[in-house]
Write a protein that binds this ligand. Sequence first.
Ligand code: PEP
Ligand code: MN
Length: 357
Amino acid sequence: MILTLKSPCSEQQLSRAQEKLDQLGLNSQAVKGAQGTLLIVLDDVSTLPTHFFGRIPGVDRVIRTQPQCSLVFKNGAGSIEMGARLTIGGTNRPVVIAGPCSVEGQSHVLQVARAVKDAGADMLRGGAFKPRTSPYDFQGLGKDGLKFLSEARTVTGLPVVSEVMSADHVEQAEPYVDMFQIGARNMYNYELLREVGRARRPVLLKRGMSSTLQELVNAAEYILLEGNMQVILCERGIRTFETHTRNTLDLSAVAALKAMTPLPVVVDPSHATGRPELIRPMSRAAIACGADGLLIEVHDNPCDALSDGEQAVTSTVLRDIIRDVHTIHEALRASDSASINNSQPSFTTNVAATAAV
Ligand code: PEP
Ligand code: MN
């Protein structure tokens, strides 16, 4: 961290600022230049808030040279094993997580699970607890829904992910799911983030509808702070002035988050667009810009779906999307290995560069 001191800066002001750092147990080095005086903090201050330093008398500006979400950057899992055969992130092939918005019944979720597996999906999604905008809409089957999901996993072998909205849901869901989903509406629910942080399941953390990328990374830091390093970030569209699509898919978030953190990043084109005809092109684009996977809502009969039927695709469309995913991934891999100048700056270099601007 670099502190720029107010100009002009007397010897006395400089030593007072240094004393303040000493009292905090922090070593510092003063640099006097023609344009002013800098104090460089030599210790790791990534867990200390910025205002802490901004309030030191004589300090004008605080420049972070290290990201504040230090656990995400240092300890975040770059790839996550889902059983022996599936890895999310790293250099592995992108994963496709597919299934209904809500678990609608025992035979229904099993039927969709079989269809998505047959289409080539790697994991099954399905909501048992549904965060609906209207309290009169279908709220999910709760614990029964979790049991039906888990039965579908036993039959198909697909690991399952399902949303939790409270500490009680985490406890109920833990025996039945392989991964917890934190929905967009709960990205700022810090108690819930801490709760899944204490659980022993990977977490699919969706970006809030109006959240910045830094806020999403901060939310991930809450989970890691409790000991759970296995977080997957999900871009699911943000609210903008555009009304043609349900949300606006921010694909720059994928490349940016991958540069900012080591965590896997997946894209949910279903909630991002709300339009079935856009799911395939946006899936292609997501893989092309480096997403580690996709989260797609699938229904055998979208018109009859109990939630989000207007954005669901059929398993026939899913099959085409999965073929695209493999084709694009292979093409990019070949192109990357053929590229002579294939040296992307690492995420740490990028963060340092950003901080220095
Ligand atoms: C969902 O995945 O069904 C869902 C409700 O998503 P989001 O939290 O992104 O709205
Ligand atoms: Mn949905």
